[in-house]
Design a protein around this ligand. Structure first.
Ligand SMILES: [Mg+2]
Length: 376
């Protein structure tokens, strides 16, 4: 089988409600890129990417450019099932750019699954988890609004509430967590994400305050490159600390492990360059005793399904709800048949092959903001 064309489409779907996050600011829609990878055997693989400048310096525009001029032409004519060769070719073309590479990696995995008539998780280690609990994340808001939203989400079935911290004054952030804990009781998990919003001193003092409210984890307290600072926070507090922005490549995972800079590792398969590099990260983390939080960008259904296949096939998931529900923040999605949720869980689709996604062409047309073909 040979790749003979790529259709690359930029897709923006509005969020139901603007999302206020430290450093990133306010997010109002997806800024996604969809790849449809055509082959000489007629099979088509689907990939997605959801870049963010604050993570890897990539945007929807840079991903489109990389795919049009560099990565797309480089993989034309290649066998999509030779995923190591595909990644070696992409690495030879450019350093970095994991979000652009992920769109190709996901499309290749979809094709591998389709060509072997198997769901993608079967290619990644087989079924470890049949269903995964999901969480609802609250952006920065008043304590009263966050508490009311948390109660509504718990009533919908969520067993884990996330709070974005690091944008407001630390005292306000602690008040928000306290208000949510009081409103939802002690049986619901709370996780927090500071999105690089603090320095080490503020991180330590604020997280020590959060210890009073049964917080399960705090993600990315300090800037991404400050692994020494992350390690200092890990040593100083009694809540597990995670790396998200700090963790993009397998090399980052090795650096974080060597620096003892995280207790858990936030996986977003598109942030890491796709499923193949994500599994390389997983091997290192599993070997050295860390745990995983399955996270997400502001992403559409293809990326959610990619994260789900990773989660389905990976042991050592953190024992709380994971972020496999970005599509529930969106006004719409591009899939004909979305992922299946039951109560507070997402169910692994064992009866679909490949990534298990089919694009809704009408919605692709409605939400696209540009597209091009890369052909031989
Ligand atoms: Mg995060």
């Amino acid at each position: 089988m040979k790749i003979n064309a790529l259709k690359v489409t930029a897709v923006n779907i509005p969020l139901l409600k603007p999302y206020h996050i430290a450093v990133l600011g306010t997010v109002e829609s997806t800024q996604s890129v969809i790849v449809e990878m055509h082959t000489d055997e007629g099979l088509i693989g689907i990939g997605e990417s959801d870049p963010a400048l604050m993570f890897t310096g990539e945007s929807q525009q840079t991903v489109m450019t990389m795919l049009q001029h560099h990565l797309g032409p480089a993989v034309l004519g290649m066998e999509p099932r030779q995923i190591e060769n595909i990644h070696a070719r992409m690495a030879a073309v450019t350093v970095g750019n994991p979000f652009a590479k992920a769109a190709i990696d996901l499309a290749c995995h979809d094709l591998i699954g389709k060509s072997f008539n198997a769901p993608v998780y079967q290619l990644l280690g087989g079924l470890v988890n049949e269903r995964i609990p999901v969480m609802w994340s609250l952006g920065s808001d008043t304590p009263e609004n966050n508490a009311a939203d948390a109660v509504a989400k718990v009533e919908e079935g969520y067993g884990t509430i996330g709070l974005k911290l690091g944008l407001l004054d630390p005292k306000e952030d602690v008040d928000r967590v306290a208000a949510v804990r009081k409103a939802i009781g002690d049986d619901i998990h709370i996780r927090c994400d500071a999105n690089q919003g603090w320095n080490v001193g503020t991180a330590v003092s604020t997280i020590q305050e959060l210890e009073n409210y049964g917080v399960a984890m705090v993600e990315q307290p300090v800037p991404k490159h400050d692994l020494a600072g992350m390690a200092e926070v890990v040593r100083a507090v009694n809540i597990p600390i995670g790396a998200d922005e700090s963790l993009s490549s397998p090399q980052d995972a090795l650096d974080i492990i060597n620096a003892k800079a995280a207790d858990f590792f936030s996986i977003k398969t598109t942030k890491h360059g796709g499923l193949s590099p994500s599994k390389k990260i997983a091997s290192m983390v599993q070997t050295t005793g860390g745990k995983f939080f399955i996270n997400s960008m502001i992403e559409m259904g293809v990326s959610v399904m990619s994260g789900l296949h990773f989660a389905a096939s990976t042991p050592r998931l953190f024992e709380i709800g994971h972020a496999l529900n970005s599509v529930r923040r969106l006004k719409d999605d591009i899939l004909k048949e979305p992922a299946h949720y039951e109560g507070g869980e997402i169910v692994v689709p064992q009866d679909r092959i490949g990534l298990g996604v089919e694009l809704d062409e009408d919605k692709m047309e409605r939400y696209q903001v540009g597209h091009f073909w890369v052909k031989e």
